[in-house]
Design a protein around this ligand. Structure first.
Ligand SMILES: [Zn+2]
Length: 408
């Protein structure tokens, strides 16, 4: 059996960076890891191994080990193969260090120093062996830690047929980081009753609540005229857009919110006197508050129209994704079995709301309830990314036990 660390070190060296270009998969190089995973799954004796040659998904199953007559739900596990477009994932040179709490000079030249001053949350990791970068790339623990853990779980289950479990379904997805992780997934082939994404953070973390999300565009129409003769005639679209922004609740901004607090986030504003466009995202865990935010956004536009005359501005508000919570609540055994497994292994469960979306939330709304589990990685999407070796090993045990717990 290959240690999860060795798997992880092999996978992070393969560049699988995705790209915001609307294609599926967004980059061909993700096939390199996809092919390798399919080969390895075949070699370890998994069944129904399938590489989707068009859209770059890898599917596989581990058959049930229960005796005839005993049934169990089919439990799925997913992780994404791509890494964030934010920082290069080419030529990753992973490095093992024992974290003492002292600064880690990643590249050796003082440019990128991993320090408790900047990442105070890492205090909990003192004494642990970590995989870090050399400062020139991200690490790719997000989500190759999840990929390696699921692969190690699969190998454990396949080499230990005495471990009782139902049918286990695996899927490795492309393009999660650019919002395309579930765009071309074949749920018939995946064939799980419910699933877990393994795409979280520190050991013990589990999430089954995420934002309800919408994008909202404001378009403002002004009237340009020579500023020397503009009195009572000019309508400056830029100023009107700024006026619109001031109508929104000032404190409901990402800069001032946390936990279950939603927000209006102005991501882009551009234009001139004649026309201005503002791009927003609206977020709230609570469905009613989410609907309120969308309605208030439109009401602010109504106010601008009332003040400057009809046609002064218009909005285009579109839902992006929804909180999975409402659909998980009737299936709480999915969360509870994972929690029990953690407790049995001496891991303290930490259940918190995600301030974003997950592929699992999309899958949940596509009919496969799918909370998210920890990976042992941290500081993702950047050069300071790391993965904890003892946590990765513990998470492999956790996944095996979760598979086992869902029988009967
Ligand atoms: Zn991820």
């Amino acid at each position: 059996m290959e240690d999860v660390l060795d798997r992880f070190l092999r996978y992070v060296k393969i560049d699988t960076q995705s790209e915001e270009n609307g294609q599926h998969p967004s980059t061909e190089k993700q096939f390199v890891l996809a092919r390798l995973l399919a080969e390895e799954l075949n070699a370890m004796g998994a069944s129904q191994v399938k590489l989707d040659e068009e859209y770059c998904y890898v599917y596989a199953e581990i058959p049930s080990t229960l005796s005839a007559g005993k049934s169990a739900p089919a439990v799925g596990f997913l992780a994404h193969m791509d890494t964030s477009p934010a920082v290069s994932g080419a030529g990753v040179k992973p490095r093992l260090v024992t974290f003492t709490g002292e600064d880690i000079d990643l590249g050796g030249d003082g440019t990128y120093v991993l320090s408790l001053r900047d990442f105070p949350g890492m205090k909990a990791l003192i004494g642990e062996e970590l995989v870090v970068t050399d400062g020139s790339t991200l690490l790719g623990a997000d989500d190759k830690a999840g990929v390696a853990e699921i692969m190690a779980m699969a190998e454990t289950l396949l080499t230990h047929p005495e471990i009782p479990h139902g049918r286990i379904c695996l899927c490795f997805t492309p393009d999660e980081e650019v919002g395309g992780g579930t765009a071309r997934i074949d749920l018939k082939r995946f064939n799980a009753d419910f699933a877990y994404t393994v795409d979280g953070g520190p050991l013990g973390g589990m999430e089954y609540e995420n934002f309800n999300a919408a994008s909202a565009r404001l378009t403002v129409h002004g009237r340009s005229i020579h500023p020397g003769s503009a009195k009572n005639t000019m309508r400056n679209a830029l100023l009107m857009a700024m006026e619109f922004q001031r109508l929104l609740p000032a404190a409901e901004d990402p800069m001032y919110t946390e936990g279950y607090e939603g927000f209006y986030h102005l991501c882009e504003l551009h234009g001139d006197v004649e026309k201005a466009e503002a791009e927003y995202i609206l977020r709230d865990h609570d469905k009613a508050k989410f609907e309120d935010k969308k309605a208030f956004f439109k009401a602010c536009a109504d106010f601008i129209n009332r003040k400057y005359g009809d046609g002064a501005c218009e909005t285009d508000v579109r839902d992006s994704y929804y909180n999975m919570k409402e659909l998980i609540l009737p299936r709480m055994e999915i969360v509870n079995k994972a929690k029990e497994a953690m407790e049995e292994l001496g891991i303290t469960p930490v259940i918190s709301p995600i301030r974003g979306g997950t592929d699992g939330a999309m899958l949940t709304h596509m009919g496969v309830p799918c909370p998210n589990l920890c990976t042992g990685g941290g500081n993702c999407h950047g050069r300071f990314e790391f993965a904890s070796v003892p946590q990765m090993r513990k998470i492999v045990e956790l996944l095996v036990l979760i598979a086992e717990k869902h029988r009967e």
